[in-house]
Design a protein around this ligand. Structure first.
Ligand code: G6P
Length: 607
């Protein structure tokens, strides 16, 4: 996943492109580059590292009205200047690309046979030469692009400029997001609206197969075969897309502290003490879901863990079979015809390639009712699902997901309540859960008041090589999410196990150097997990426990972090907050790059 931005303006476009790239760095940050037209030629500047490095390499005198820019997350070819985008063909055609061209090898061989020389290891370079090839065969710039993309298999969002057409930028998309931003005397393309929120609040969202030809005073959208297309311009509230740190040291820290407000925003107006409101998932949702017999959830990463918690809720409170799959697995299974199924995709970005491909796969093979729980309005998943619930978390910049997770769980609680209502579950249970859900922001706030216990645990584990996370029942996905947070940002190997499985293997790893973090529920599993903790303590393992109980004696060596108690079904949501903070402080003590951990990216738009 890379970030692309391009623009054509009557003013100098370079500062706008660089600012756009900074806002897109969440998509990848191992190299960056820009290409711009000036004095009848195209100049390019590329660098390994961050956008700030690129900015410092641009000369004060560099000015241009037309250009494309890129921040990279390497897929084909290591991160170096040679592989950084833009890629050029004979210094005439320059391309920035997000995605993967699956048939790049045969295309490359054909182009080599035609005399083109390749200098990078990327799949992208074939696109530049291909466009050049079709231009040389007699096509205009735009028709050469249309012809070239017909040869491409895979996923792409492209920004293209041509030395012979210095007033135009062409964008194209297939399975990777691309928006067009409409300004005054200037127009842009970008991977998302956030990249352009400093210059416009008017956007057109390209569909797969469409191309956009922009100049400073015109936007033309064409379909796959070059026929003109009309896409409505949408006004998006750009104030929702600010990305400043507001006094925090990192976005992850800021986003952890935003969680009470984020949860409020995700439930406000959707639930009252009497229960969930009608139509919160879209008109007709309640009628459509009568008699569903299966729920299939598909998601990746943190969003997958949110789905796994719903699985327990569905079985316990609805008696409806629920299955949760990773996007990268689901789309490749043998299609099974099910009886009336609700397919729920969960995604912060709404663009994760594996989840999106699974949604498309399910629609084709099983035709379920589709719902997406997503943080980005107008994302591909929102546009392609029958029903949508926006999580309203606000932009999440830190690569390690935090507020997206708790808001996804808030929305999933609303889904649970709505399904309980549809399935005539007792009104008093619905009311009890609704009330507890409304108190959740307050409960989460309480976990943010005293940070010392988290720092204390972090100080004890930051110099360890591995950590084990334990949970049972619906707290097991929380243990998994806790382990994911720790490994993502502190690079400590962290593994989560259902506590009962400890004796079937992982116990062999326990010694004084293996910290164990256990999520302790106040439910029927409590005594069992306390026994598991004893098994660890007896082998000199250091246990830190987190839960809504005050049994401080459970871990003499490590420590216990008490969290506010709410209904058992909602307590997992509260218990993730201490884990996020322990991971955050561990990364701080280790000195890693919290917001941009190595090798990762926020939005994964390649399979
Ligand atoms: C990446 C991010 C994770 C995220 C996952 C799924 O791996 O680094 O934080 O959980 O993608 O993303 P999604 O946008 O679909 O929730």
């Amino acid at each position: 996943m890379c970030g692309i931005v391009g623009g054509s303006s009557k003013r100098n476009v370079l500062p706008i492109l660089v600012e756009g790239l900074k806002r897109l760095e969440y998509r990848g940050y191992d190299s960056a580059g820009v290409a711009f037209t000036a004095n009848k030629k195209i100049t390019q500047v590329k660098t390994v590292g961050r956008v700030a490095d690129l900015e410092s390499q641009l000369k004060k005198s560099d000015e241009s009205n037309n250009g494309i820019a890129h921040t990279r997350w390497a897929t084909h070819g290591v991160p170096n200047t040679k592989n950084a985008h833009p890629h050029s063909s004979l210094n005439e055609i320059f391309v920035v690309h997000n995605g993967i061209i699956e048939n790049h090898e045969p295309l490359r061989n054909n182009l080599i046979a035609e005399g083109y020389k390749f200098i990078s290891d990327t799949d992208t370079e074939v696109i530049t030469h291909l466009i050049n090839y079709y231009k040389n065969a007699g096509h205009d710039f735009d028709s050469a692009v249309i012809r070239a993309i017909k040869d491409l298999k895979g996923a792409y969002a492209l920004g293209i400029i041509d030395v012979n057409n210095p007033d135009f930028v062409i964008g194209a998309r297939e399975h990777s997001p691309l928006v067009v931003g409409e300004g005054i005397d200037e127009n842009f393309i970008a991977s998302d609206v956030m990249a352009l929120s400093q210059v416009t609040n008017k956007f057109k969202f390209l569909e797969d197969g469409q191309i956009a030809i922009i100049s400073n005073d015109n936007i033309e959208i064409l379909g796959k075969n070059g026929a003109p297309k009309n896409i409505a311009t949408q006004e998006i509230d750009s104030t929702a897309y600010t990305n400043d740190l507001a006094g925090y040291s990192h976005f992850m820290e800021k986003e952890i502290f935003e969680q009470p407000t984020a949860v409020s925003n995700s439930i406000e107006g959707r639930v009252l003490e009497s229960g969930p409101q009608e139509g919160i998932f879209g008109a007709g949702f309640e009628e459509a879901l009568v008699d569903i017999s299966n729920i299939q959830i598909v998601a990746c990463g943190t969003s997958y863990h949110a789905g796994r918690i719903f699985e327990y809720w569905s079985h316990k409170f609805l008696g409806i079979n629920c299955r949760v799959d990773y996007g990268s697995e689901y789309q490749y299974q043998e299609p099974i015809k099910t009886q009336k199924t609700l397919l729920v995709t969960i995604s912060q970005s709404g663009e994760t390639a594996d989840t999106l491909a699974s949604l498309r796969f399910a629609k084709k093979t099983d035709n379920p009712i589709t719902l997406t729980i997503c943080n980005v309005a107008n994302s591909s998943m929102c546009r392609e699902s029958d029903y949508t619930m926006l999580t309203n978390a606000g932009p999440e910049i830190g690569v390690a997901s935090t507020k997206a997770f708790v808001t996804q769980l808030s929305c999933l609680s609303l889904l649970l309540l709505t399904l309980m209502k549809i399935n005539n579950k007792p009104e008093n249970s619905i009311k009890k859960i609704s009330k507890a859900l409304m108190d959740l922001p307050k409960n989460i706030q309480q976990t943010l008041e005293d940070l010392e216990p988290y720092k204390k645990v972090a100080k004890l584990i930051f110099n360890k090589n591995s950590a084990l996370f334990l949970g049972r029942g619906m707290y097991f996905p929380i243990a998994r999410e806790g382990a994911l947070k720790l490994k993502e940002i502190s690079y400590i190997h962290a593994e989560a196990y259902p506590a009962g499985e400890l004796k079937h293997g992982p116990l062999a790893l326990i010694d004084k150097n293996m910290p164990v973090l256990a999520v302790v529920p106040d439910n029927e599993h409590l005594d069992k997990i306390l026994s598991n903790i004893q098994e660890v303590a007896a082998r000199k393992g250091r246990v830190f426990s987190i839960g809504p109980i005050s049994k401080t004696e459970i871990t003499k060596e490590g420590g216990h972090i008490n969290i506010p108690k709410t209904l058992d079904l909602l307590n997992p949501i509260i218990s993730i907050v201490p884990m996020q903070l322990i991971s955050y402080y561990t990364a701080i003590y280790k000195g890693t790059d919290v917001d941009k951990p190595r090798n990762l990216a926020k939005s994964v738009t390649v399979e």
